[in-house]
Write a protein that binds this ligand. Structure first.
Ligand SMILES: [Zn+2]
Length: 270
């Protein structure tokens, strides 16, 4: 599943090809995504110039004079630049055609979204209740500590809740808890401010590192046959069941917590 670093890498990858470009055409081959693609999308977008691509959580916001195109990659979506008139493959659902290149949305499982708003996108129903960006100054250990007060929920689903902080997916939750020495099943309300400060720093660090790694795959966005630029991060615990813990060498354990596989070291995480 594309996580926040992949979405940010996508944003950086396509920006040079799309910015200041005028939309020549919009081709919708499949309008049945997670939510229906608006029937008037072509009418709204045609002739508009993309002024900027911003990101809020895992939503990409394409800024135009008339409004914002909102794209979410869902479980299996990707965006890439192809030559105009490149023959679409299976699951290539939407094309946004510019003068020189076409931005193509591909999504086998169709949990992604392509939407339009002429209002403030941050007030859109999908975005307005989102917590702070993890890499912003607003996201701190104090923020986590404050919102955890009185909560018995396990810390892992707590940090994966987008109302608390956005963009901490399963991989990054497991990795940041490991680096912080915090057991994923500890009650959120029973973790000290000092430990939350360490956890917030580690969340920022793992996400920043993943985005930096993504930078090396940017070229894939312009290759016609390129796979989306998702990258194999070097991981300490995620998907490492039975492998030696990088600190104590005990085998990494896996346990299902709130329906998600959670990887951790019983020796190092309390
Ligand atoms: Zn260990």
């Amino acid at each position: 599943m594309p996580e926040l670093p992949e979405v940010e890498t996508t944003r950086r990858g396509i920006t040079p090809y799309v910015i200041k470009q005028q939309v020549q055409n919009v081709v919708i081959r499949q309008a049945s995504l997670r939510w229906p693609v608006p029937l008037n999308l072509k009418q709204k977008l045609k002739d508009q110039t993309i002024k900027d691509i911003q990101r809020r959580a895992k939503y990409l916001l394409f800024v135009t004079q008339a409004g914002h195109l909102i794209i979410h990659l869902g479980m299996s979506g990707s965006l890439r630049m192809v030559k105009n008139k490149a023959i679409p493959n299976k699951h290539d659902h939407i094309d946004i055609v510019f003068n020189k290149k076409t931005l193509r949305f591909h999504d086998p499982r169709r949990f992604g979204a392509v939407l339009w708003t002429s209002k403030d996108p941050l007030q859109h129903k999908l975005l307005k209740n989102l917590g702070p960006e993890p890499l912003s100054e607003e996201f701190t250990g104090a923020h986590l500590h404050q919102h955890a007060q009185g909560k018995k929920i396990n810390v892992k689903p707590f940090i994966m809740n987008a109302r608390i902080v956005v963009g901490v997916g399963n991989i990054y939750a497991s990795e940041s808890l490991f680096l912080s020495g915090i057991h994923p099943q500890r009650s959120a309300g029973r973790i000290s401010l000092a430990r939350y400060e360490i956890l917030a720093e580690n969340i920022k660090q793992v996400l920043t590192h993943a985005i930096e790694l993504g930078g090396t795959t940017l070229r894939d966005f312009v290759r016609e046959d390129g796979k989306p630029g998702y990258f194999a991060n070097k991981l300490n615990v995620y998907n490492q069941t039975g492998m030696p813990c990088p600190i104590c060498k005990n085998p990494i354990k896996v346990r299902t917590i709130s329906q998600r596989s959670s990887f951790f070291c019983v020796q190092c995480q309390h």
